[in-house]
Ligand binder design. Structure first.
Ligand SMILES: Nc1ncnc2c1ncn2[C@@H]1O[C@H](COP(=O)(O)OP(=O)(O)O[C@H]2O[C@H](CO)[C@@H](O)[C@H](O)[C@H]2O)[C@@H](O)[C@H]1O
Length: 481
C-alpha cells in the first residue's frame, strides 16, 4: 500500500506543534509495518536556513499546478525522514513559503492552496501508483476537494482514496468566497453542502465533506467533536459523516523520546535517582534554587485558552504558597506572556518563565520536572502528557479528549494509575488537583515512586496506532473499489 502523508509541518524540518511530531514519526512506523509511505511538505524558508538542503535531490523542476491561478513554477526536492528510509518530498517555489512563522496569516490561503494543488501534481508526476493520501488539518484540506471536482476525470488521480486527520478542529481556515477563484475551484462549491459556512468558505469543512474517511487523534475527541461544546460549529456535518469518523490515539516516537538515549537531557533516566539528578541540573540551568524538596511544576505549550492557560493564570498564586517551583516554556497570547513574566519578577526564586520555542529546553523540562500541568479546555490527543510520563514526570490534566484516553487516575489502594485529573473546567478544580499531586510528591514518597514507575512503564509506542492507520487506509480504499 502506497501512502502520501501530506503535512504543512513535519518534524524535525519545521515544527510549530504536535502535528509536526506525528508527521515525522507515523510514516516511519507505517513503513515498519510493511507499507510504502512517503511525505510531502513545503520547503519552508526556515528549512533552508536550518538544514543542509544540498543533501536533497532535485527530482523535478518547472512543474506548474494545474488548477491554481497562481501560475508560478515549483520544483520538487527529495530527502528522507531522519534515520529512516521514508522519502520526503519538499515543494519549493521562490515566492511562497518564505515567512518566519510558517502559519503567518499574510497570504496563508495562497500558500496552502498552492501547496495542495502542487502536492497533487507531485503525486501524479512522481508517485502515480499512490493508493491513499492522508491529509492533515485545514492546510491540506483542499486536496480531496480538488480530487472530487477539477480532477474527477483524471484517471490516475481519481482512484486515490483520501483520509483527513483532524489534529485540532479549533483551526478551520475561514476565508471570503473569492478564494475559490484563487484556488481555481468551481464557484458552486460556495454552497452549504460543500464549503460554505455562515457566509464564508471553510476549508476544513471541505476536507470533512470530500474525504473518503476522517479520523481524529483520540477516540474520546472523535466523540466530543460531534457535540456543540467541542465541534466549533462543525458538529452537525461530523454527525452526518459519523459512520466514516474514527479516533486513533497518537503515539510517541520511542526512538526520539527515549530517556536512556535522549541527547538533550542531562542524565539518562532509568531510576528515580537519575530523575533527581536531572531535576537538580534543571534548577541550576533555570537559575532556581537547587532544592530537592521543592516540587517542580511545569507547563510546555502554546499559551492559548485551548491549553487551559487561563486556569493556570487564575490559580497559580495560590499554588505558589506551597513549596513549589513553577516553570513555563511557551509562546502565544501576549497578555499571558506578560502576566507570567511579571509573575517571574514577583517570585524570582520560585518561577522560571521561558517565552521561546526551544525543543532542547523542552526535553530538559520533561526530564527534570516532578509534575506536568495540562489542564486543557479541549485536547485532541496531547503529546506533552505522554512525553512527561515517558520521562517519569507525573501529569496533572483535565480529563478531556486524548488526556482522558492516556492518563489514568492514581488509586493509592490498588497502586494503579499514572497521574491526577479533574473534569470541570475551572481553576478551583485545577488548584485542588495540583495540590493533591504536590501533597503526594512531598508527603507520600512511596506512592510517588510507584507513580514514577507506572508512568515510565506506560506504553505509548507508535506500533498500535500505525496498525490502526493501516486499517483506516484500507477502509478508505474500499470506498474506491
Ligand atoms: N515553546 C515550546 N518549545 C518547544 N517545544 C514546544 C513548545 N511549545 C510546544 N512545544 C512542543 O509542541 C508539541 C505540542 O504538542 P501537543 O500535542 O501537546 O499540542 P498541539 O496543540 O501543538 O497539537 C495538536 O496536534 C497534536 C497532534 O495530533 C495533538 O496531540 C494535540 O492535541 C493538538 O492540539 C510538543 O512536542 C511540545 O513539546
Amino acid at each position: 500500500m502506497k501512502i502520501a502523508y501530506v503535512s504543512y509541518e513535519v518534524s524535525p524540518y519545521a515544527k510549530a506543534g504536535g502535528l509536526a511530531d506525528v508527521a515525522g514519526a507515523l510514516p516511519i512506523y507505517l513503513k515498519k509495518m510493511g507499507a510504502e509511505p512517503y511525505v510531502i511538505m513545503p520547503l519552508h524558508k526556515s528549512i533552508e536556513k536550518n538544514f543542509d538542503v544540498s543533501q536533497f535531490k532535485l527530482v523535478k523542476e518547472n512543474l506548474m499546478p494545474d488548477s491554481h491561478t497562481y501560475k508560478i513554477p515549483f520544483s520538487v526536492y527529495q530527502g528522507y525522514l531522519p534515520n529512516s528510509e521514508v522519502k520526503i518530498y519538499f515543494i519549493k517555489t521562490d515566492k511562497l513559503f518564505d515567512s518566519k512563522n510558517i502559519y503567518e496569516e499574510e497570504n496563508i490561503f495562497l500558500k496552502t492552496s498552492f501547496f495542495c494543488d502542487a502536492s497533487l501534481k507531485t503525486i501524479k508526476e512522481i508517485e502515480s501508483d499512490t493508493d491513499v493520501i492522508n491529509i492533515n488539518d485545514w492546510h491540506t484540506s483542499l486536496i480531496p476537494v480538488y480530487l472530487k471536482t477539477n480532477y474527477y476525470e483524471d484517471t490516475s488521480l481519481r482512484k486515490i482514496a483520501t483520509v483527513l486527520t483532524i489534529h485540532n478542529i479549533g483551526y478551520q481556515g475561514l476565508f471570503d468566497s473569492g478564494v475559490l477563484t484563487t484556488a481555481g475551484l468551481p464557484s458552486y462549491l460556495f454552497n452549504m453542502e460543500a464549503l460554505e459556512f455562515y457566509g464564508k468558505v471553510n476549508i476544513l469543512k471541505g476536507g470533512i465533506m470530500f474525504s473518503d474517511v476522517i479520523n481524529t487523534v483520540s477516540p474520546t475527541y472523535a466523540k466530543e467533536i460531534q457535540t456543540k461544546e467541542y465541534g466549533f460549529g462543525l458538529e452537525g456535518i461530523l454527525k452526518i459523516r459519523s459512520e466514516d469518523l474514527y479516533g486513533i490515539l497518537n503515539g510517541i516516537d520511542y526512538s526520539v523520546y527515549n530517556p536512556l538515549t535522549d541527547p538533550h537531557i542531562f542524565y539518562p533516566i532509568k531510576t528515580y535517582e537519575d530523575k533527581l539528578k536531572n531535576k537538580k541540573k534543571l534548577q541550576e540551568y533555570l537559575n532556581l534554587p537547587q532544592k530537592k524538596s521543592a516540587t517542580i511544576v511545569s507547563f510546555i505549550g502554546r499559551l492559548y485558552e485551548q491549553k487551559g492557560i487561563d486556569l493556570i493564570k487564575n490559580m497559580i498564586k495560590y499554588l505558589l504558597l506551597t513549596d513549589i517551583q513553577f516553570v513555563i516554556l511557551g509562546t502565544g497570547n501576549e497578555n499571558y506572556e506578560g502576566f507570567f513574566k511579571s509573575l517571574e519578577n514577583e517570585f524570582p526564586q520560585k518561577v522560571s518563565i521561558n517565552i521561546t520555542f526551544d525543543t532542547d529546553l523542552a526535553q530538559k523540562i520533561y526530564a527534570g520536572s516532578d509534575i506536568f500541568l495540562m489542564p486543557s479546555r479541549y485536547e485532541p490527543c496531547g503529546l506533552g502528557q505522554m512525553y512527561s510520563m515517558r520521562y517519569g514526570t507525573i501529569p496533572v490534566v483535565r480529563y478531556t479528549g486524548g488526556l482522558e484516553d492516556t492518563v489514568i487516575e492514581y488509586d493509592p489502594i490498588s497502586k494503579v494509575g499514572t497521574g491526577f485529573g479533574f473534569y470541570e473546567y475551572n481553576e478551583s478544580e485545577l488548584l485542588m488537583t495540583s495540590l493533591k499531586a504536590v501533597y503526594y510528591h512531598q508527603k507520600k514518597k512511596d506512592d510517588w515512586k510507584i507513580l514514577f514507575q507506572n508512568c515510565m512503564g506506560a506504553d505509548f509506542s507508535y506500533d498500535k496506532s500505525a496498525k490502526e492507520y493501516l486499517e483506516l487506509y484500507k477502509k478508505a480504499m474500499s470506498k474506491k473499489s
